[in-house]
Ligand binder design. Structure first.
Ligand code: TEU
Length: 527
């Protein structure tokens, strides 16, 4: 087992977390000052969204310099100090590797468009004389783009982009590109980074007559990258694929244990919300029945929300309609093929339902990811463009701007009557034993203290009541039985073995007993 098998990963943007120098932007100084907060919460690893120089037209996923820190967030020395302080606390650091595309402001693209057609510099990107090639590739940012090709007047040619038109795709058929991106990986791994998130990795290569996703060439490149990383750094660095694909295609990013160590389980995530909307476990059963076994050294990354829209790319049309009806009653919440809302607003700020999903996330197999602010039930702002509404500054206290900054923040701090920082903040909830923050912290600490929840095998049960999710995590003779009621009505479990209820404390009865609406039990079974 390695660190990422036992990890709980906290996702945040440096810019959104804490402002250390009073300029209105979160930065590495501020983030470093909050490391003890993350340790106390029970976090073991931090995933940082892109902090590289960028025009910020895709919030940093439009990189204009791969081996620097955007000065708004600090310097490379500040980053190195952050990594050192994190490591001293036993925290691992995962950074972004936006390897599919650059910003059109990147010097590579500027050089390419001014270089002769057919030159290696020009062929750092994918060019065509017509916008018709690779017609089977879907458009991903459907709200913003109508083609995967854009015209460049300087080059006098069309260039390929799977995301915004200002994000030209790199050409992985060019060996100079493959070498250049490996050097980027080495730059950050040399600085002590423990894991790299391979952004948009399914789209690296293009081939006529294909969807241009999950191609064999991509998996061959990943095998080479993994071999390089293992040879140069030993076995404890981690590659995390962001492959938003159906289970079989998603599992392919593990290879035979010789590609990525982790991949997010995107198809599971929406089905946890769908199961809650239905009050039935069948969406979860459906996707788990179709999830293939993976190499034992690999791990699924499980999550509820993240910095993007709640993606509905991996559900059926009928399921998508059901999800929109249940969770996007405000039409502004729809973005591309998803819902741009945070966890608490999605669940009507019902702490029972929020805790139900957190309890499943933190007891199911896989390595869980927690999106910053969801531990206090932070809200969102649908008036902000794109996905910015789920990326507002962290709410630390009822001080001005939520204690995030002493200046005017880069983006407004949520200040509405329900989710506003004056009442919804870390300081208030840390002092309140009955707060969401303390309940999430308790779940995280229980997970930390019980290896069965991190490393255990999983046996899924099928209780008579379809509202119940029930599974056992078993490790070293210890068995923890998780039972959750997805319905807004009581549900009865039959013939339970009983034990100690880790959540409520005290004995859990044998035989039949009833869970309240949205109730959950983690039962440490008698040996
Ligand atoms: O998203 C890549 C991706 O495949 C998206 O379709 C994603 O699955 C969808 O937005 C729902 O999550 C990554 C980043 O997460 C996103 O923030 C970037 O905008 C995108 O790459 C381009 O870099």
């Amino acid at each position: 087992m390695s660190w990422y098998h036992d990890a709980v990963v906290y996702e945040t943007h440096v810019r959104s977390f804490a402002d250390g120098n009073g300029d209105g932007y979160g930065d590495f100084a501020g983030l470093t000052d909050k490391l003890d907060y993350l340790v106390d919460l029970g976090i073991t690893a931090i995933w940082l969204l892109p902090f590289f120089p960028s025009p910020l037209r895709d919030d940093g996923y439009d990189v204009s310099d791969y081996t620097a820190v955007d000065p708004r967030y600090g310097t490379l020395e500040d980053f190195a100090r952050f990594v050192d302080r994190a490591h001293r606390r036993g925290l691992k650091v995962i950074t972004e590797f936006v390897l599919n595309h650059t910003s059109d402001r990147h010097p590579w693209f500027q050089r390419a468009r001014h270089s002769p057609a057919g030159s290696s510099e020009r062929d750092f990107y994918v060019w065509s004389d017509t916008p018709d090639r690779y017609g089977d590739a879907r458009i991903i940012f459907t709200d913003s783009e109508t083609s995967n090709w854009a015209w460049d007047p300087v080059a006098g040619a069309w260039y390929w982009h799977r995301f915004y038109a200002h994000q030209p795709d790199l050409n992985y058929d060019n060996p100079a590109v493959r070498q250049a991106v490996v050097e980027v990986a080495d730059f950050w791994l040399d600085l002590g980074v423990d894991g790299l998130r391979l952004d948009a990795v399914p789209y690296l290569y293009e081939r006529d007559g294909t969807s241009c996703e999950n191609l064999p060439e991509t998996h061959a490149f990943l095998k080479d990258l993994r071999a390089h990383v293992d040879a140069r750094y030993g076995g404890d660095r981690m590659l995390l694929a962001e492959a938003n694909q159906w289970p079989v295609d998603a599992a392919a990013y593990f290879g035979n244990g010789d590609e990525c160590h982790m991949n997010y389980h995107f198809p599971l995530m929406p089905r946890m919300f769908l199961a809650l909307a239905r009050g039935r476990r069948d969406p979860i059963d459906w996707v788990l029945d179709r999830t293939p076994p993976i190499p034992p050294s690999c791990r699924w990354g499980t999550f509820l929300r993240n910095h993007d829209e709640l993606t509905l790319e991996m559900v059926t049309d009928a399921e998508r309609r059901e999800m929109y009806a249940a969770y996007a009653t405000d039409p502004r919440a729809k973005l591309n093929i998803g819902i741009r809302r945070r966890l608490a607003p999605l669940l009507g700020d019902d702490s029972r339902r929020i805790l139900l999903l957190f309890s499943l996330l933190l007891s199911m197999p896989g390595t869980p990811f927690v999106y910053y602010g969801d531990e206090i039930g932070m809200g969102d702002d649908l008036d902000l463009p794109d996905r910015n509404g789920v990326r507002t500054p962290m709410q630390w206290s009822d001080a001005p701007h939520g204690g995030f900054t002493t200046a005017t923040p880069y983006m407004p701090v949520i200040d509405d009557a329900v989710y506003g920082y004056r009442r919804r903040n870390v300081a208030a909830q840390r002092q309140d034993p009955g707060s969401l923050w303390n309940a999430v912290r308790r779940l995280l600490h229980l997970r930390r203290d019980h290896p069965a929840l991190r490393r255990g095998t999983t046996v899924w049960h099928a209780p008579d009541d379809p509202a119940l999710v029930s599974f056992s995590r078993r490790h070293d003779g210890v068995s923890i039985h998780v039972v959750a009621n997805l319905a807004a009505r009581p549900a009865t479990i039959q013939g339970d073995r009983g034990g100690i209820d880790l959540l409520g404390g005290g004995p859990s009865p044998t035989g039949s007993w009833t869970l309240p609406p949205y109730g959950v039990r983690w039962i440490l079974e008698d040996r």
